[in-house]
Design a protein around this ligand. Sequence first.
Ligand code: FAD
Length: 528
Amino acid sequence: MSDTPVVAVVGSGPVGATYARLLLEALPDARVVMFEAGPQVTERPGQSVRNITDPDEKARARERSQGPQAGEFRASLGIPAGAVVEGMFTARQGTHLLDFGGEGSAHASNFPAAAAATNVGGQGAHWTCAIPRPAFSEMIDVIPDGEWEDLISTAEGLLHKQSAAFSDSPVGAAIRELLSREFGDELPDGYGVSTLPVAGDPQPDGTMRWAGADTVLGPLLDQGSDTAARFELRDLTLVRHIEHDGAHVRGVVIEDLRTGEQSIVEADAVVVAADAFRSPQLLFASGIRPAPLGRYLTEHHVVISTVALDGDRMADLVSDDELSAELARRAKNPTDPVAAVNRIPFSEPDHPYSAQIMYAETPPFPLPSDHPASGNRWGYVNMGYGVRKFPRVEDGATFSDDEVDYRGLPNFTIDYALDADEEREIEEATALLRRAGSALGTFIAEPRLLPFGSSLHFMGTMRMGTDPAVSVADPYSRVWGFDNLVVGGNALIPTANTMNPTLTSVAIAVRGARHLAEQLAATRAARV
Ligand code: FAD
């Protein structure tokens, strides 16, 4: 161990940011070097791109996050910018498909919408910021209940949780009322229709400043602060290999993507938080290959629809003055159309689904001007149910020794299949969505199942647990068999989950970071 502990963090999303912040705050002389393969796309590193108000600037930040499939590389494949190629799905803005169909593309025909973001802040620069807590069987049983409350509330603090965002929106309240009339009697106490907690800071004008990795990094980005002086973020720097002896890591091999130059950075511990496919890929590339690595892949399937709110039903609950005030508030940030977020949470045994109901002034796709719902003054809801996938070893990524991807790392193939129970739950959720939509207005997009991978919430591929035969990481997120190699991200979640996972992953990272800080402090004390 060097005089001052050095920790290498791979990946600059919210989870890598959690490690950086907590380690530097706990260890007064430690240094953290964070490596990020993508570019910095916002002035403040890791900020949510949704906060950019200029539409051109926002589009450019998203394009630059889309990895090599964007811009010139995309053109080199013969695919014009913005084109949809037959047989190919387009990725959500700011992300790029893993199976993009070009040379060096991953193979994911059963999981075609799987995507990633490659930029400072990771997917956390593009996310919707919904941060519900896990409940019932979504909870991770290897973390004691008593400790969980503290971990999750610390995570909520790091992400600037707002449980009442848009709670003053009269249209949002009317949506809750209509859905409560439809479903209220069927839902248990405490798990009824409610506002969805989100990550961000409400502004005095009623808009939101959405949270990103910058929010989590907090003081580390404030020049002049003690922690900022000990924090270094290197963008466009790909970690190619973790140096280790089979039980202890010594550092990482990095490539500066601007120059192509490779070097070794020594570290006292390495934290890999490089998403649910690229983290296990890096471990595999480094010869760290426990059997469960990449396996037990889950997501929550998504059934989705869009509804134009019914004017008569809404007018019974919202006055004309209230609607005018709401429209004026939304006009302040026209490039961020979300104006209220509601939910129906997961509960057991009878409602093992989570619904996310986003109210927006504009539909998520252009409506022809002669469409009867075009220009609906009351607005639209885009809503979906998350449906669970149970972890099975057969589902997951298999990495190759014989084929490399476009980055020169071991390529992978994703296998993914549903059983009869999972198919049945998708049907049930689709029926619930039809009821929810009918309660609110008229469908302008009928309920449908999105292609697998569309949730962008990929879990299980480095699951935590107590048995190394079926998990990659121990309950403190350390890779089994290593004393100073820690993994982070949604990949650690071992449960069947229907809701947005980032809050859970940040809570797991809080536990991992506290433990790693204690360990580094103890090692140091033993040396002195
Ligand atoms: P990421 O944010 O994915 O960051 C990983 C980073 O590692 C990336 O920047 C990547 O470039 C980098 N990296 C990968 N390999 C290497 C390497 N070898 N060397 C160096 N760097 C590397 N979650 C929610 O909970 N709620 C939501 O409402 C929600 N909405 C979403 C909406 C969208 C459009 C998207 C894209 C995601 C959404 N998510 C949501 C998911 C959420 O963004 C992720 O759960 C979260 O960002 C995961 O954080 P992370 O730090 O683990 O990984």
